[in-house]
Design a protein around this ligand. Structure first.
Ligand SMILES: [Zn+2]
Length: 261
């Protein structure tokens, strides 16, 4: 039995190495920009939607157009039949413009979806004082808000504040930066804005950072794993399902990636 197990492990490892070798060979044929885009998706398991059952639940049943667009995005190609010009500012409309244009509404829509999804999940958990867009500092000159707050998420009675940022890692201005550098810059900006005000309210502050293709930074991953623990405890009470484990936390992050992507 042990011999068979060792053989299977060895075979799995060989297949993994062969797969990595094949991926590297295939990637050499792409231009640098596309190579970076495809590698990011491969290294961060961003294409889980290709392997899930296309059920109506959670909107995994993509229409033919949605499926074609998702495949185009996976390979760093432009989706077909995009309008020639942006209807908000008249600029040439390509994928980068769609993901970056501050006037077209898509940037705000994805940000608000992230905020609303998180508030709904926290409500499902049954935590208290879930407030979207709370004001955390106010003076005659300025008003400072974060994206959502909740009490009891990390520690009982403690208020946690969260602010999300979804970034297009393929923007021309970011294409020379590593993903870590992109996240670090945004994290420092968010903490510079809100950390002091959070401290004054005796609350914790966590930036939730992600790319448009659903790669989460470390703190965001930790946040969703914690959310999985809360949800699992709630479901355990309601349905007697087993309590959350680390593995369940990882699966939940994968699930959020799917919904988010
Ligand atoms: Zn525009």
């Amino acid at each position: 039995m042990k011999f068979l197990f060792r053989m299977l492990c060895k075979r799995k490892e060989t297949l993994r190495k062969d797969g990595n070798k094949t991926h590297s060979l295939c990637l050499t044929d792409f231009l640098t920009k596309k190579k970076r885009c495809i590698s990011r998706k491969m290294n961060n398991s961003c294409s889980g939607w290709l392997s899930v059952v296309p059920s109506e639940e959670n909107h995994f049943d993509l229409s033919p157009d949605e499926f074609r667009d998702a495949l185009a995005l996976r390979y760093g190609r432009h989706p077909i039949n995009l309008p020639a010009l942006c209807d908000a500012d008249g600029e040439a409309f390509d994928l980068n413009h769609a993901l970056n244009c501050p006037r077209g509404g898509l940037v705000y829509a994805r940000h608000n979806e992230m905020r609303d999804l998180n508030c709904s999940l926290l409500e499902m958990v049954g935590l208290r004082q879930i407030i979207p867009e709370p004001i955390i500092f106010e003076s005659a000159e300025e008003q400072l808000r974060v994206d959502w707050m909740v009490r009891g998420f990390e520690h009982p009675q403690k208020v946690s504040l969260f602010d999300c940022c979804i970034v297009n890692a393929d923007s021309p201005s970011l294409e020379r930066l590593s993903l870590e550098a992109i996240f670090t810059v945004r994290k420092n900006v968010k903490q510079g804005h809100s950390s002091e005000a959070a401290k004054a309210r005796r609350a914790s502050f966590t930036p939730i950072l992600a790319t448009c293709d659903a790669v989460f930074d470390k703190e965001a991953e930790h946040y969703f794993k914690r959310m999985a623990v809360h949800l699992s405890k709630k479901w355990n009470v309601a349905t007697l399902k087993p309590l959350a484990t680390y593995e369940q936390g990882c699966k939940f992050v994968f699930y959020v990636q799917l919904v988010f992507a």
